[in-house]
Design a protein around this ligand. Structure first.
Ligand code: ATP
Ligand code: MG
Length: 392
């Protein structure tokens, strides 16, 4: 019996004349994600991606990799059957036998896109359901509350059989590459990796920038950021990570500006420097992980002060979420455990005791103007280390 992987795409279906272009991107992204994993054949028909002719022992890893590809809403392994009722029954018997031996409530759902198949969907459900009921004495049919849903899809060249509950949920979204590029300000915290994931889910290619304060922040803090970028790269395939030396800027702010303005002036430097990097790498926007009211530097006045220094859209996808929701997302995408490792971020090292919570642009501009902003930025840009990050 032959097993293949079927994956369904989501939003691409809403595209009109451009659909083949998005389908090609999706296929390229899947090929890229699987290129070091297995040899296989891939095709796309009727909003479904078919991956076949791979080594059996590679099935799990292929499913796992595909479940991280933006654009797909589900990934499932399925048995291939000839398009006759008898063949479908035999295939279901052999492929699903182990699952149907134990007592369970079950139902059959059939879909027939090949209208020349002699039974319609309902007739096929009834026929296969009755047949399985006879063959497996421990299962009972329950169409309202099944534990096992046997799916049959009668498609163009073959029929496919699988258990719906074993289907793996995909990421949804749009294929990477379909939505230009943006640059993520990636700290070692919980929020910014989630923000990066949310925007890349819309098909946007992401590069990342981290501000690093050696020796105040340790090499392990840097390793942590690289690890986070690696996890994100599982979804985006590759991330260029720019590590920007930030110590001199932070020391200058600490020594010359009012303590209560320290965080905001720091954030303004981060935004200006990231904008310069973003313009060089072809990005159309910046991404940050801010949520309204989460900390003093994220009140609406503070966000106004921070965003005022750049002339590029700032995408803040977490803006209306609360921490619990963000943590749940971080767990789902796999960044949470790394984010909570205790190595300090450059912002935490230089935190004022009583930060301003209602800042005005004019007063921050005034206190920051004692610094040689241009020189500090140029020096930071000159010291950048670029790391190409790939998934493990
Ligand atoms: P996170 O959990 O992402 O660190 P946070 O709640 O700690 O966020 P802040 O420290 O105020 O918030 O930072 C707000 C945003 O600024 C972050 O989400 C991130 O996008 C960016 N940022 C903060 N520190 C850094 C850093 N060291 N390097 C790059 N970006 C940073
Ligand atoms: Mg932080």
């Amino acid at each position: 019996m032959k097993e293949i992987i079927l994956a369904k795409y989501g939003e691409i279906i809403l595209k009109g004349g451009n659909r083949p272009k998005f389908e090609r991107m999706l296929i390229d992204n899947i090929k890229n994600a699987l290129k070091n994993v297995a040899d296989f054949k891939i095709s796309i028909r009727q909003a479904t991606v078919y991956v076949e002719e791979f080594d059996e022992d590679k099935t799990d890893i292929i499913v796992e990799r595909m479940s991280k590809i933006f654009g797909l809403v589900s990934v499932t392994r399925a048995a291939v059957s000839e398009k006759t009722v008898e063949a479908i029954e035999e295939t279901a018997f052999h492929y699903l036998g182990k699952d149907l031996e134990k007592p369970a409530r079950f139902k059959v759902e059939a879909k027939r896109s090949d209208k020349t198949f002699p039974l319609n969907s309902l007739q096929l459900c009834i026929e296969l359901g009755g047949w399985l009921d006879d063959k497996f004495p421990n299962i009972v049919c329950d169409v309202h509350n099944p534990e096992i849903t046997v799916k049959v899809e009668v498609r163009d060249v073959a029929a496919y059989v699988y258990i719906d509950e074993k289907k793996v949920r995909g990421q949804g979204g749009m294929p990477i590459g379909s939505g230009s590029k943006a640059t993520l300000l990636l700290s070692g915290g919980i929020d910014s990796p989630v923000a990066g994931h949310m925007i890349s889910k819309r098909g946007v290619t992401v590069d990342a920038v981290n501000f690093f304060s050696f020796p105040y922040t340790s090499d392990r803090a840097k390793e942590k950021v690289i690890s986070l970028a690696k996890i994100l790269a599982q979804y985006t395939s590759k991330i260029n990570l720019y590590i920007v030396p930030f110590t001199e800027i932070q020391l200058q702010i600490r020594d010359n500006c009012p303590e209560e303005h320290m965080t905001l002036i720091m954030r303004r430097f981060m935004m200006r420097i990231t904008e310069k990097i973003a313009r060089r790498n072809g990005s159309k926007a910046l991404i940050t992980g801010e949520c309204v009211g989460q900390v003093a530097s994220q009140t609406l006045s503070a966000l106004d002060v921070t965003n005022a220094v750049i002339d590029m859209p700032v995408l803040q996808p977490l803006i209306g979420m609360d921490k619990i929701e963000v943590i749940r997302r971080a767990e789902e995408i796999g960044t949470y455990e790394t984010s909570i490792l205790p190595y300090e971020d450059c912002c935490t090292v230089f935190t004022p005791k009583h930060p301003t919570i209602n800042p005005k642009r004019s007063s921050i501009e005034r206190t920051e103007s004692v610094l040689d902003i241009e020189r500090l930025e140029e020096e930071a840009l000159a010291g950048i280390e670029i790391i190409e990050v790939y998934p493990d």
